[in-house]
Structures are given as structure tokens and as C-alpha cells.
Design a protein around this ligand. Structure first.
Ligand code: GTP
Ligand code: MG
Length: 206
């Protein structure tokens, strides 16, 4: 898919104030610093569309970006980084779960995982939450440039094994990406495009 236009629309802390337009929407979620905002810039070929930082906690709001005038990419805050009390630390920020539970337009989520890391409890919990909420999702492994091409298959296999050991019957569809060298760009965009084409063909209300 060719990206002709990519524009920032709005930032929100409340899902009910997100754009009303009934067009397909794809959300990027994952721990802070995993590379969500960088990936949005890589996919859209824009350096500064989504704000990135080497310090965790950069993205604090729900950010809608309109692509090719007919679908949304959504950049979300990290779920491992919130200035919350010790008591509520293990739960996800409420406005994030509100977002996932109320967005009718949401077609699919992408859960981003740093390819260098073992499966983490919070990621597995979030995927479990998505599964229970019947929200389709895929995994995007990020920062593949940091490990080298030949190590990728064994790291993916290790992750898969860890998911299976945590009661998953199978690993969801996955992509391997690098925002540095644009690995995985075509694969992710083509995946979105295929779903969009299906939706546009059957054009009912979302
Ligand atoms: P929050 O907004 O804090 O939740 O983080 P985020 O997930 O949006 O991460 P962000 O895109 O801001 O990236 C965090 C850091 O990782 C930045 O220093 C990026 O330059 C770096 N980074 C992101 N993606 C890649 C990648 O594919 N390769 C390399 N080498 N660095 C990356
Ligand atoms: Mg961010």
C-alpha cells in the first residue's frame, strides 16, 4: 500500500472524545519505549508525525492519525509506564481499557514487543485481556536491527514457546520490524491494506 497522506487529527485522554468517523482504525499498543511512535513514523515515512523519545513515557494520550483520508492509525501510551499508585500498578490505565472496550471502529490492535526481550508478564496479561475482550490483534516485534538478521528466527521461536507455555494455543499473526532500517514496512502495510479492502468492499457501517 502506498501512503499518500498521513496527518495528525487529535489527541485525547478520553475515548469518547475520539473522532466519530466510521473508518477502519488500527491501534499500536505495548510497553513504554518499545517503539510504537517510531513505528508509526516509519510506516508513514514521516520523521516527526508521532513524537518519540529515548525516555519512556513520551506518549501520554490517544493520538489519531488519518492515513490516505480513509483510515486511522492510533498511537497509544505505554501500558508499563504510568504514574500510578502502588495499589493500582498492575492494572492498565483506565483510559486505555476504555479505548479498547468502546471503539467500534477498531479493526485490529498491534501489540508491540521488543524482539530482544523474553515474554513479559504485562504483555502476556494485555494479550490475554485483548483475547477475552474479543479484540483481534497481531504481534509486532520491534528493534530487529539491534539483534541482527540471523538471530531473528530463534528469538521469534523462543517467544512462541513462551506464549505456548502460558496457555496460548498458538501465537497470533506476527511481524518483525525495525524503524531504523524499515524492515517489515511492506508486510505491515499490506496486512492493513488487505483488511481495509475487504471492509471497503462490503462497506457497511463499522
Ligand atoms: P512511549 O511513547 O513512551 O510509550 O514509547 P514508544 O513505544 O512510543 O517508543 P518510541 O517510538 O518513542 O521509541 C523509544 C526509543 O526506542 C527511541 O529512542 C527510539 O529511537 C528507539 N527505537 C524505536 N524503534 C526502534 C528501532 O526499530 N530500532 C532502534 N534501534 N531503535 C528504535
Ligand atoms: Mg510513544
Amino acid at each position: 500500500m502506498k501512503i499518500n497522506t498521513a496527518e495528525f487529527v487529535v489527541s485525547n485522554s478520553e475515548s469518547k472524545k475520539c473522532p466519530n468517523e466510521p473508518i477502519p482504525e488500527y491501534a499500536f499498543i505495548g510497553r513504554s519505549n518499545v517503539g510504537k511512535s517510531s513505528l508509526i513514523n516509519m510506516l508513514t515515512n514521516q520523521k516527526y508525525l508521532a513524537k518519540t523519545s529515548s525516555r519512556p513515557g513520551k506518549t501520554q494520550l490517544i493520538n489519531h492519525f488519518k492515513i490516505n483520508s480513509n483510515w486511522f492509525l492510533v498511537d497509544l501510551p505505554g501500558y508499563g509506564y504510568a504514574k500510578v499508585s502502588k495499589k493500582t500498578k498492575s492494572t492498565f490505565q483506565k483510559f486505555i481499557t476504555d479505548y479498547f472496550e468502546t471503539r467500534q471502529q477498531l479493526v485490529s490492535a498491534f501489540v508491540l514487543i521488543d524482539i530482544r526481550h523474553d515474554a513479559q508478564k504485562i504483555d502476556l496479561e494485555f494479550m490475554q485481556y485483548l483475547g477475552e475482550s474479543e479484540i483481534p490483534f497481531s504481534i509486532i516485534f520491534t528493534k530487529a536491527d539491534k539483534v541482527g538478521r540471523q538471530k531473528v528466527p530463534q528469538l521469534v521461536a523462543k517467544y512462541q514457546k513462551q506464549m505456548l507455555a502460558n496457555n496460548w494455543a498458538e501465537m497470533p499473526p506476527y511481524f518483525v520490524t525495525s524503524s531504523e532500517d524499515k524492515t517489515g514496512r511492506d508486510e505491515v502495510l499490506n496486512y492493513i491494506d488487505e483488511i481495509n479492502q475487504d471492509i471497503f468492499k462490503n462497506q457497511g457501517p463499522l
